[in-house]
Design a binder for this molecule. Sequence first.
Ligand code: 2HG
Ligand code: ZN
Length: 447
Amino acid sequence: MTGVAGLVGVLRAIVGADHVLTDADIRATYETDWLRQWHGTTPAVVRPGSAEEVAAVLRACAAAGIAVVPQGGNTGLVGASVPRDGAVLLSMQRFTSIGPVDPLSMQVTAGAGVTIERLQHHARAAGTDFAVDWGARATATVGGAVNTNAGGSRVVRFGTMRSQVMGLQAVFADGSIVTQLDGLAKETAGPHLPSLLVGNEGTLAVVTAARLRLVPWYRETAAALIACDSLVHAVSLLPALRALPSLDAVELLMPDALRLACGHVEVKPPIDPGSAGAFVMVDCAAHRDPSDDLLALLSSATGVLAVGAQREQLYRIRDHITIALGAAGVPLKLDVAVPVQHLDRLVRRVQAALPPSARLVIFGHLAEGNLHVNVLDAGETAPAVREAVLSAAIELGGTISAEHGIGVAKAEWLPRLKGPAAYAALRAIKTALDPANLLNPGVLFPR
Ligand code: 2HG
Ligand code: ZN
């Protein structure tokens, strides 16, 4: 085989000429992420249609010495799904099959390319629900969610993607295929390989399908937006919120996040953003109307109840923060978490690290101590700000990635976060499974 040209011919023979895209305009849509933060180039976008085709593609790329970057909906935020250094882009778009909902196990098998929204609709048509949910649901895929251990707004009730994955089908760098899609709820035959692959960011294997846990579909919903004096006040609400049996989401919106998103979707904020130090958006869902739970809470807190169309409006605002930020510029995006009692200290350290020109927009998932720190106009100070925020998160006993992943954005911080022993163990796993560094080099593990 002669270089890339020879490889393209081999790839066409594996997946069919229609599924090897080399036209520059078409490639361009895969070479940049949705928020225009990360760019790269690829000689070819390959769209396999089965695990066997993925295996053959990996073997061909290994033989040609050309790396592979897997990509799902390309809604990632850390540069993990954008091709680098001439790697082949492995698009999982054609893995759209979805199996029947099994009411006995409350599980379903979905291809890596199934969008989260389609999975949710599919589950609901059978009276169940898929628990992991976030704003990019219409484009983000099952494979991407597995690869980043996606979280979103309902983690307080159902956990992250790791808690939903009952099994996986995945292809390793040597082309071997592991299919564990039986979905056994109890299995203690050694370490659980599917769990190891959750959060691997395409560096250990290519995930082609997942067996996923489903949850009850709670059709009755009510939300509230609570105005708090400060972030400390917001955190102090958690015990009372956790006591609500119907609690489904506890989101944090600092005033600038509420202001920005409302401006972007052109709606009047439900509460004047200037009237509070922090806002908590609480969502409840149950088989009976949960409004009373929230009304009891609101009897001792300042806030508004949002049901029906008002609740949808609240979610519309919440779901548009990222898009509003993207429209305002190319923010420095950091996704950190600390034990909730340290959230206020974290925010103070972030504020202290900013130049006067910068605009700080913070929101996130309060119950998990997960802040989305977005800094607009950081300019040349961006590397220093990143260093300060990530260091603060580590020093406060937290993490530098709560749900977005490490990607290329934070790879050099991984050894610091993990410490020598844990990092060496992870590196040994990578070397054992992908000795030639074929899969997503530069992502998760620093070069
Ligand atoms: C969310 O919670 C996402 O909406 C995106 O995790 C966060 O844009 C961000 O920083
Ligand atoms: Zn989030």
